[in-house]
Design a binder for this molecule. Structure first.
Ligand code: ASP
Ligand code: MG
Length: 410
């Protein structure tokens, strides 16, 4: 008998039929003799709908009340899932985050978990029931409901698995694992069997949308291995997904684990910036105060006392960036402000990069072979990103995927 924490995301519980599907899956594991804790998200679209309602009644709704409101989304799902399990003849109890013993700090809408005392969860498990816990929520020391940031149900599942010392943590979603690239973009992309926390973290941060990045950080910190798998596969087929776990030496043999392409990026260049201390500080402080999220930053070598600073951002942030930075050009003694949309960021990720050389060279060769011009480059220990024209993005992703033989079965 194992203790398994299973998390089902918004799409997996998106309507009554899907909730019944989740119940049937859970029933199967329960019948096989396992103790099951189910963490669910709000039904897809519900959280966004509630946020929209909040903005309709007030321009700046209080964050405490936002948490009170949003937590109802998950509360709906836990009750419905429990009912569906009862209908399937399985004993089940739903618990809110607070009832499950999840205590957070006081930072509304992005609270951190402070501790978990899952006494009630244990009691119900020991009595033979499936326990269904509302994801994304907890309560602070004053007893107010808090939420854990968008996508926070992942964090609830990982943290509960740690607190309960679960044998297994499964993240059920609408894809059957983490892929070497987005299969809609790269048709021969392959499901990855095993990934390290750091690789998953980079991929989550790159917007592969499979999991909340914070939850992966938590899993790494407390060493909670977890599996990403599909809630839409045939029940009982038990198709393995992608296992994310502690790094092992053998993982470094694969140089590049995956390729990602982030579309809808924009590029801003402030040119003719005086090459003096404090100029970049002024520019980026202003952007930060304007809540503009900056991604890649590049500054040129200076030429006759002046330089160019280029940065990328999501194209939706461009109007804000323009509002903040354009008027600053004169104040900084710079020459020009130029903005360009229609660019993408392509990245390759893999812990094998630490111990292999020539990875960047292979990447650039693949891009040049595909006729793709590199506009900016940025690297970390286990990632190389290039900024390219959006139009060439899909072909570039395929070429890079081919160059690192990610589609081929070894
Ligand atoms: N319902 C929340 C959201 O949409 C939390 C989650 O789905 O994990 O962000
Ligand atoms: Mg999610």
């Amino acid at each position: 008998m194992s203790l398994i924490v299973q998390k089902y995301g918004g799409t997996s519980v998106g309507n009554a039929e899907r909730i019944k599907n989740v119940a049937a899956r859970v029933a199967r594991w329960h019948r096989d003799g396992h103790q099951i804790v189910v963490v669910v998200s709000a039904m897809s679209g519900v959280t966004d709908g509630l946020l929209k309602l909040a903005r309709e009644v007030a321009p700046e709704p209080a964050e405490r009340e936002i948490d009170m409101l949003l937590s109802t989304g998950e509360q709906t799902t836990i009750a419905l899932t429990a009912m569906a399990l009862h209908a399937a003849g399985v004993p089940a109890v739903s618990l809110t985050g607070a009832q499950a013993g999840i205590v957070t700090d006081g930072l509304h809408t992005k609270a951190k978990i402070a501790n978990i005392t899952p006494k009630k969860v244990r009691q119900h498990l020991d009595a033979g029931a499936v326990v269904i816990v509302a994801g994304f929520q907890g309560q602070n020391e004053e007893g107010s409901i808090t939420t854990l940031g968008r996508g926070g149900s992942d964090l609830t599942a990982i943290a509960l698995a740690a607190a309960l010392k679960a044998d297994l943590c499964q993240i059920y979603t609408d894809v059957d694992g983490v892929y070497t690239a987005d299969p809609r973009l790269v048709p021969n992309a392959r499901k990855i069997d095993v990934l390290s926390y750091d690789e998953m973290l980079e991929m989550a941060a790159l917007g592969s949308k499979v999991m909340q990045a914070r939850s992966v950080e938590f899993a790494k910190k407390f060493n909670v291995p977890f599996e990403v798998r599909s809630s839409f596969s045939e029940i009982g087929s038990n198709v393995p997904g992608t296992l994310i776990k502690e790094e092992m030496k053998s993982m470094e043999q694969v140089v590049v684990r995956g390729v990602s392409l982030e579309k809808n990026q924009a590029k801003v260049t402030v040119s003719g910036v005086p090459d003096q201390p404090g100029v970049a500080a002024k520019l980026f402080t202003a952007l930060a105060e304007g809540h503009v999220n900056i991604d890649v930053i590049v500054q040129n070598v200076s030429n006759q006392g002046a330089t160019d600073i280029t940065f990328t951002l999501h194209k939706d942030d461009l109007p804000k960036a323009r509002k903040v930075a354009e008027p600053l050009v004169a104040a900084l003694g710079a020459k020009n402000f130029t903005a360009q949309e229609g660019i993408s960021k392509l990245s390759i990720v893999g812990i094998g990069m630490r111990s292999h050389s020539g990875v960047a060279a292979s990447l650039f060769r693949a891009l040049s072979g595909a006729g793709v011009n590199v506009q900016m480059i940025s690297t970390s220990e286990i990632k190389i990103s290039v900024v390219i024209d959006e139009a060439g993005g899909p072909a570039a992703a395929q070429a890079v995927h081919d160059a690192f033989e990610l589609g081929a079965v070894k």
